[in-house]
Design a protein around this ligand. Structure first.
Ligand code: ADP
Length: 165
C-alpha cells in the first residue's frame, strides 16, 4: 500500500490544489490531504472549515482522504505509515522554499521522500492568497475554486451578498 501525504494550509482549497490531488491519486494507492493546524499563520478559515471544504471537494475520489495535523510533518507521515510527501510547484519562485523544506524533512527522517508535481499550466498563477484577495475585492472566483469554496468565501468576506444570492 503506497500512501502519500499532501500537506498544506488549504486556506482555502483551490483548483490548483485539486489538480495536484488528482495527479497524486493516479500514482498512489492512497492520498491523505493533511490540513495543517499552522499556529504561526492566522487563517481566514478555521481548521475545521478548511478540512470540511477539502473533504467535500475530494468526495468523488475513492482513494483520497482528508485529515488535520499539527506538529512535525515527518512525524505525521510516519503515523500514517506513508512513504512520501507531495508538494506542488508552480514557478521558480516556489522552488527555493520547497527545496529547503524537502531537504530539511529528509534530514529529520531519511525514509520519507518528497515528490513535486506541476499543476496544469492554467493553474500556475493560482494561490489561496490571491483568491482571497480577489474575493475580498468582490471579484468572481468561480474559475479558480470549487463551488463550495466560492460560497464559503462569499459568506465570510461579504455576508450580505451571500444572503441575497
Ligand atoms: P502552505 O502554507 O504549506 O504553502 P498551501 O495550501 O499554500 O500551503 O499549499 C500547499 C501546497 O500546494 C504547496 O506545495 C504549494 O506549493 C502547492 N500549491 C498551492 N497552490 C498551487 C497551485 N495553484 N498549483 C499547484 N500547487 C499549488
Amino acid at each position: 500500500m503506497r500512501t502519500v501525504i499532501y500537506p498544506g494550509s488549504f486556506d482555502p482549497l483551490t483548483n490548483g490544489h485539486l489538480d495536484v490531488i488528482q495527479r497524486a491519486a493516479k500514482l498512489f494507492d492512497r492520498v491523505i490531504v493533511a490540513v495543517a493546524r499552522n499556529e504561526s499563520k492566522v487563517p481566514l478559515f478555521s481548521l475545521e472549515e478548511r478540512v470540511s471544504l477539502v473533504a467535500g471537494a475530494v468526495a468523488h475520489l475513492p482513494n483520497v482522504q482528508t485529515d488535520a495535523f499539527g506538529g512535525l510533518l515527518v512525524n505525521y507521515v510516519e503515523s500514517q505509515s506513508a512513504q512520501a510527501i507531495v508538494r506542488g510547484l508552480r514557478a521558480v519562485s516556489d522552488f527555493e522554499f520547497e527545496f529547503q523544506l524537502a531537504l530539511m524533512n529528509r534530514k529529520l527522517n531519511e525514509r520519507i521522500e518528497t515528490i513535486f508535481m506541476m499543476p496544469k499550466d492554467t493553474y500556475t498563477f493560482l494561490s489561496s492568497r490571491i483568491v482571497k484577495e480577489i474575493a475580498r475585492l468582490g471579484g468572481n472566483v468561480s474559475p479558480f475554486v470549487p463551488p463550495a469554496v466560492e460560497a464559503a468565501l462569499r459568506a465570510r468576506l461579504n455576508p450580505s451578498d451571500a444572503l441575497s444570492a
